[in-house]
Design a protein around this ligand. Sequence first.
Ligand SMILES: *Cc1c(COP(=O)(O)O)cnc(C)c1O
Length: 250
Amino acid sequence: MPAPKLDIVPDESYGLFLAERRRGIVSRLAVACSRAGRDVSEVGMLAVSKMVEPEAVRCAWRAGWRAFAENRPQELGRKLSFVESEATPEMATARFDLIGNLQKNKINQVIGKVELLHSVSSAELARAVSSRCEAHGLVQACLLEVNVSGEQSKSGFAPDEARAFAEEACALPGISIEGLMTMAPRGDADAARATFSGLRELAGDLRTRTGFALPTLSCGMSDDFQIAVEEGSTLVRLGRVVFDPEYDFF
Ligand SMILES: *Cc1c(COP(=O)(O)O)cnc(C)c1O
C-alpha cells in the first residue's frame, strides 16, 4: 500500500509553515551537532515526501529543501515526472533518493534516477542491482541497509551478514557502496541510540575490512534525528516533522 497522503492544501500558508518548521529542524540539528562536537556541514537532510503530493514537494523546495526521498519506486516516478516537467524548471537540480524496499522487478525504475539507493537489503539484491547497472553502463551509489536492532519486522542485513558480504559488495562493478542505512525501533530513545551507535561501530569495522571510506551513515527520522546526529549520522531522513502540521514538534 502506498503511504496515505496528508490532508493539506499546498498554498502560501502551508509554505510559511514549511519554512518555519525547517528553521526549527535546522536549529535542533545544530544543537545536536554541538553536543556531539560535530560541524553542521557533516549532516545532510532528506525531506521524505512519500506522504505528500508533488505540489507540496514544490512548496518544500521553495521553503529551502533541496533533497527528497521516497520509499516506493512508483511514487518516486510520479515525483520525478513532476520535478522534470515544465511546471517546475526551478527544481531541475532537486535530489531524490530511494529509501524503501526495492523488489528486483523494479530495479530498472530506480537506477540512474536516484542520487543514493539506501535500501540494498540483501546480497541477492546487491548483485541484481549491480548487474542491471552494468547492463545500462552506469554505477549507482548505494547503502547497505542493516537491521542493527534485530527486530523481526525489519529488513536488511544482520550485522554479521554485512561483515561477511562487505568485501564482495564493494567489489561489485555496477554499484558503489557509500555506507550504511538503518532504522531504529520506534518510541524508545535508548534503543534508538544503541541502534545508531551500533551502525557507526559496524561501519568502522567494515572500513577496516574493506579499505573503503564508507562515509555515509543514513539514520535518524522525525522522532529520533537528534539522537542519530549525536551518534554519528551523516544523513537524516525526515518525513512527518517536515510536512505534517499535526506532528508534535516542540
Ligand atoms: C517514512 C520513512 C522515513 C521518515 O519517517 P518520519 O518518521 O515520518 O520522519 C524515514 N525512513 C524511511 C525508510 C521511511 O520509510
